[in-house]
Design a protein around this ligand. Sequence first.
Ligand SMILES: NC(=O)c1ccc[n+]([C@@H]2O[C@H](COP(=O)([O-])OP(=O)(O)OC[C@H]3O[C@@H](n4cnc5c(N)ncnc54)[C@H](O)[C@@H]3O)[C@@H](O)[C@H]2O)c1
Ligand SMILES: N[C@@H](CCO)C(=O)O
Ligand code: NA
Length: 818
Amino acid sequence: MKILKFGGSSVANQESIKKVFEIIKESKKKDQIAVVFSAFGGVTEVLLRSASNAKHGDKSFVEAIKKLEDRHIELVRQLVPIHLQSTVLTFVKVRFNELEDLFHGIYLIKECTPRTLDYVASFGERLSAFILAEALKAEGFDAEYLDAREIIRTNDRFGNAKVDFPTTNDLIQDYFHQHEGLQIITGFVASTAKGETTTLGRSGSDYTAAIIAAALLAESLEIWTDVSGVLTSDPRLVYTAFTIPQLSYHEAMELSHFGAKVIFPSTMQPAMKKGIPIYIKNTFEPSNPGTLINGDAPAGKLIKGISSMSDIALLNIQGAGILDVIDVNRRIFGSLSSANVNVILISQASSEQITCLAIKASEVGIAKEAIEKEFFHEIRNGEIDVVHVISDLAVVAVVGENMKQNPGASGRMFQALGQNNVNVYAIAQGSSELNISAVVSKADLQKALNALHEAFFLSDNKVLHVFLVGVGLIGQALIKMIANQQQKLQKENLLDIQIHGIANSRFMAFHEDGFDLKNCPLPEEAPEASIMDLEKFISQMESMNFSNSVFVDCTASQDVADFYERILEAKVGIVTPNKKANSGSLEKYKNLKKLAGKRGVKFLYETNVAAGLPVINTLQDLMLSGDKVLKIEAVLSGSMNYIFSELENGAPFSNVVRKAKDLGYTEPDPRDDLSGMDVARKILILGREAEQDLHFEDINIQSMVPEDCLIAASVEEFFDKLKGHDEEFARLLEQAKEKGQKLRFMATLENGKAKVGLQSLDATHPFSTLKGSDNMILFTTERYHDFPMIIRGPGAGADVTAAGVFADVIRIGNYTRS
Ligand SMILES: NC(=O)c1ccc[n+]([C@@H]2O[C@H](COP(=O)([O-])OP(=O)(O)OC[C@H]3O[C@@H](n4cnc5c(N)ncnc54)[C@H](O)[C@@H]3O)[C@@H](O)[C@H]2O)c1
Ligand SMILES: N[C@@H](CCO)C(=O)O
Ligand code: NA
């Protein structure tokens, strides 16, 4: 015998009921079964609300009950063929007439006792099971309606009656002995020895099914609902949550305590005592095996699931004299229990100086009052402080029997939380080692859950969640690079990079599971693209609240840079080739670095200078090791070097500038290069990295942009105007050639003074040998004194820049690895 129980969502309408009948049909082919039904979806709520309205003199119950009747009649018409409808319709009509009288009585006497309420509530299941039994008969089943009041005996604690198991078990066994047909049973309802109707409390239908399964020593109990079993975590917060194939009874109870509301612990008891396996299955996806709950805890993953509870507050009871107060804990818990406050978690350090309790936020007021009243004298004497409350908290708990005697679970848990910058307020672990709970800030809940989910479930891989703004030359090259390396990174580096948000200046798009990078769309091509709005992009990123997130800015935009503070505040790392933030005010530059440190995230910008060449990192290392920079001489512009070295081959100036742009060396607007601005920003950033308080105004900049080109409204117009200056530049080159020299656009920084401009250099000068997009940086330091440290190589272009950005992204991925 198998017991199947279908909840309200499974019998909400004609379509879902058809699915239920299919499942019953398939099960019946293989096994002997009995079926327990809840009321049709939402019916119990209407009944209870109407009773309360009637009691308060509100007549809206009349219409609500009429609607309910219509809904039941409609279902009869849909499920039962016309020639069989009359008995069913009569049954329904009689029940509703009775209900009407009942409500009227409640309305008149303005009273609804728990006993009446149980009777009212019983109509939901009595109607659904009767109608469904008749419908099944019409489908050819030997179905028989069974009103559970006949077989489940309880005391008269109405609303949450206690089952008299010896009597109930006998009744059930006798009944099934005498009835061979397919029993269609009302869930939730029962009766007292005197024949009064009672109900079994929350999730009562599950309980009904478990009671029957236990009495009949059923082979299994199947709870059919609208989710595919118990998931590893709340899927609304953890998108990668998945069905747990198997749980022990204890694990299921722990998990359902916080969060996983698929099954209530008390309802499992009867089945658990008899060792009957429970399956949690999805009516809407019957092929999914769902979750099996039984007595086993086979070796496997350290934990089975992660549950959570939000809207928690912590109460700290402490005080200088607390050690002298006798019986502190008994009095704390006694006062809370008298005030009906449920304690969720307790933690006390072995110093016994502080007792810390987690309770529901809604109960803070009464709890604080109760404790302070209890310790009135001690507080007045200063032995105990007033109760200290911390609000806006949540609890996360990892659950699993394999943690028992198996070191590592708490290590992994707190490492994951710590590395994601989630502060832990309190910790509790029972000696059963089945559950480790941590209290965190409510704002960190989703991040904490995801961090834990990744740490415990997503193989051993770390996921890095990327949000990319700027999908131009560099942005696109970056996406390609990540796509090409994705598999290798997963396999060899155990790092999984996913891009969840992309945007350019016009459109933005998001993907919860991460875009398919091999076919990653441009923002405007993405299925759910919307008009770009930077503030919304950031808000969406914040609300997705992934652990291990990085914001990649591949624009040259000041507007984007202006959001960095907010991004770092949200504990999201930043990687960027955009120089705007670091070359703005010195105060902002310093603040960003400080903020990143404070929030425990990385702000990386190696490609601000010389693209992928290791310039910033090298300089930072020099500084960390205590070196001091005396002088920097450099060619810092790939495009300017390309332009002036190519000019030597005889092409007109405007042509080579155009070529530099086509090769992807220039800024989005090449005037940023020609004007020396781009180089100025770079030398400024190098100076600041060398711990010099440098301002943009301190830099002497020689611009190469002719006056009339400056005012050109577009890049195209600029190119048109630039043609008119080809001869001037040819002349410049001639003059240099005559002296046997070369033109190079240089930057120098010495004694706090920076200078940027075109220089005519002897052919033997190291910079004269530079070709194409080459950059070259000479650091003269206290240690590299007689011979400078030299870094040289291509310093612009899509690939070498994207590679630098990529390396920074990986650095963050490795940093956040647990
Ligand atoms: N090209 C190189 O060799 C190189 C080297 C190092 C650093 N960089 C830096 O890389 C950055 C990007 O350069 P690129 O060549 O890819 O430029 P690009 O013009 O090809 O792309 C810029 C992207 O940014 C987007 N964008 C601009 N403003 C935006 C805004 N406010 N909001 C959202 N999106 C916006 C554009 O729509 C475009 O998708 C620049 O900061 C540049 O200095 C480039
Ligand atoms: N436009 C820059 C590349 C970005 O830093 C250059 O030409 O060097
Ligand atoms: Na670099």
